[in-house]
Design a protein around this ligand. Structure first.
Ligand code: AKG
Ligand code: FE2
Length: 378
């Protein structure tokens, strides 16, 4: 039955709202549909047909080989080198006094894994069991040699000696940090580069999101990993439950969370050895962060091949995924999708170059869509 317009009354409980001419339809956020794993669909971008293959549905990860030509890849690497590459820094947990002892099973002693986790959480240092045994022996910590650190053994140790040992150890072995890479930020609106603009347009056509989201946050992050370079498993975005505002809405330096609805990852070279992108918990039924961290699988030097989804780096390929669910009631972005946990596996030989293109969306829809609200730059 067709509804007859012009008969709206408040009594019907119908929102008479505004007339159609003044009605502003807020843009909504949508996702591409991967259908099922292995599904291949054609996407036409700038007049050229590309094939998009579904690699995973939980989270949805889509792959487009030859998204960039070899020349485009080389060009982006050149632009980044010209701009200058700097060490990547992750949000390092506080080095100040408050170390949270991770006695997971509350038996008042720290197993090797529990001590490793304590160090990971407090210092952003990812050690193996061998590293820990070296520390125990060099500091004489494990007096009875049972590889457990009892409460007495822990309290008998000057915390400063442990911190000094860790600082020295990681200074000599930077690959023990959660991330080891160099990076540059490229802003198409600043550098007016024809090829970068074309790539940007291709991304806009691919994702089908309101283009203002991409125009306002137009940057690409180009990353170079050398031998032993990696990025342990992490989330690109933050949970809505985190109370801090989105980083693209605050002045830099303020405490904030990344709000990255979508990740577009571009592979810019052939890697000689290693360097895949891994999604350790893709397709898991459930996810428990504590037991995952206890398993050590966050470490993508050691556990790359244990990941449920491993995507090899191939020059020109793009993969895309959504770091958040959609909220069907608002048509906007919802809570973060934990299954997007991912990282860059260790590079075993040669270098790896990628570009990250994040599509930033916050829980403040009006700000994101307001052309006059200028975002903060990374
Ligand atoms: O290097 C990769 O494959 C993944 C990089 C990544 O996850 C990131 O830069 O956030
Ligand atoms: Fe990432």
């Amino acid at each position: 039955e067709t509804e007859v317009h012009g008969t709206c009354t408040k009594d019907d409980g119908v929102d008479c709202g505004s007339t159609s001419s003044s009605l502003e339809v807020s843009p909504i956020i949508t996702k591409l549909d991967g259908v099922e794993v292995g599904h291949v669909q054609d996407v036409i971008l700038g007049g050229k047909t590309h094939q998009m293959t579904t690699l995973s549905m939980k989270p949805q990860v889509l792959e487009i080989k030859h998204f960039l030509t070899d020349e485009e890849c080389d060009h982006v690497v050149r632009l980044a080198k010209k701009d200058g590459m700097f060490d990547s820094v992750t949000n390092t947990p506080t080095k100040s006094g408050s170390v949270k002892v991770m006695d997971m099973n509350q038996d008042t002693a720290l197993s090797l894994r529990e001590f490793i986790l304590t160090i990971e959480n407090s210092f952003d240092i990812y050690l193996d069991e061998d590293d820990m045994l070296k520390m125990y022996s060099e500091l004489g910590m494990d007096r009875n040699g049972d590889t457990e650190i009892s409460r007495e053994e822990l309290h008998g140790q000057d915390p400063k000696s442990v911190i000094d040992w860790l600082t020295d150890y990681v200074d000599k072995r930077p690959y023990k940090k959660s991330r080891m890479s160099r990076q540059a930020w490229l802003y198409p609106s600043k550098i007016h580069d024809k090829i970068l603009d074309e790539i940007q347009e291709r991304v806009v056509s691919l994702v089908g999101l309101p283009r203002i989201l991409i125009d306002k946050n137009d940057e690409f992050q180009v990353v170079q990993y050398g031998p032993k370079g990696h990025y342990h498993a992490h989330w690109d975005s933050g949970s809505w439950a985190e109370k801090y505002p989105c980083c693209h809405h605050v002045k830099s330096g303020a405490r904030c969370k990344s709000c990255r609805f979508m990740t577009v990852l571009l592979y810019l070279n052939e890697v000689e050895g290693g360097g895949a992108t891994a999604f350790p918990i893709a397709n898991n039924e459930t996810f428990n962060e504590n037991s995952f961290r206890m398993s050590g699988k966050i470490n993508l030097h050691r556990h790359c091949e244990d990941a449920n989804l491993v995507v090899p780096a191939e020059k020109g390929k793009a993969i895309i995924w959504y770091n958040h669910h959609l909220d069907p009631t608002t048509g906007w972005v919802g809570e973060m999708d934990s299954f997007t946990l991912h990282g860059g596996c260790g590079v075993t030989s040669g270098h790896k170059w990628i570009a990250n293109k994040w599509i930033l969306v916050s829980d403040k829809r009006d700000k994101d869509l307001d052309p006059n609200f200028k975002p903060n730059r990374a």
